[in-house]
Design a protein around this ligand. Structure first.
Ligand SMILES: Cc1cc2nc3c(=O)[nH]c(=O)nc-3n(C[C@H](O)[C@H](O)[C@H](O)COP(=O)(O)O)c2cc1C
Length: 170
């Protein structure tokens, strides 16, 4: 059975090793690609309908408001089905201690019975936060393996680490 690598990654301004820089490829996207190179699978990029501000500081506030409101922001499209996948890697940046709220929108749209979920998260120091616990709650019936945390600024050089972990997780 195939692997699905479902991820979100923000382009544009981001916080990299203590300073704000503009990046063309997001940190989580880099890790998603390393995972695919290591174990194969289909990549699916989650795209929220809402366009968050290109300004990092404004985006931070927008995301915080969504979390405080426990919102489920819309996404442009969902995977058609999880049929045919037994392992689903779920990748996201840590936003305020967990996944961006639109990732909950995606997870809550599926029946996860019998699926294996493997989380991975890039962040500036908070690790996976509460995201593994939150994924377990959002995906009843799934087995959620221990996730991988990668420091965002080191994502580009995390190929080996991601590959070793991904191979152990499938
Ligand atoms: C809205 C927002 C909230 C964030 N909150 C946290 C946080 O609580 N803890 C943390 O370590 N990093 C936080 N970050 C930093 C990102 O997790 C980090 O830069 C990540 O690598 C970005 O991944 P991406 O390039 O794939 O979007 C936040 C970034 C944004 C934009």
């Amino acid at each position: 059975m195939a692997n699905l690598i479902l991820y979100y990654s923000r382009k544009g301004e981001n916080y990299v090793n203590g300073s704000i820089q503009s990046i063309s490829k997001g940190n989580t996207e880099r890790v998603a690609e390393f995972i695919r190179e290591a174990v194969g699978g289909d990549l699916f990029e989650v795209e929220p309908v809402r366009e968050y501000s290109a300004s990092y500081m404004t985006c931070i506030k927008e995301a915080q408001a969504e979390q405080r409101g426990n919102e489920r922001p819309a996404v442009k499209r969902l995977p058609e089905s999880l049929e045919g996948y037994d392992t689903i890697f779920i990748g996201y940046p840590n936003w305020w201690g967990t996944m961006p709220m639109f990732m909950f929108t995606v997870l809550e749209a599926f029946d996860w019975t019998g699926k294996k979920i493997v989380p991975f998260c890039t962040n500036e120091g908070s690790g996976l936060g509460s995201s593994e616990r939150d994924i377990r709650a959002a995906c009843p019936g799934a087995t959620v393996l221990p996730g991988l945390s990668i420091h965002g600024g080191s994502a580009a050089s995390a190929e080996k680490q991601a590959a070793v972990w991904a191979k152990k997780s499938v």
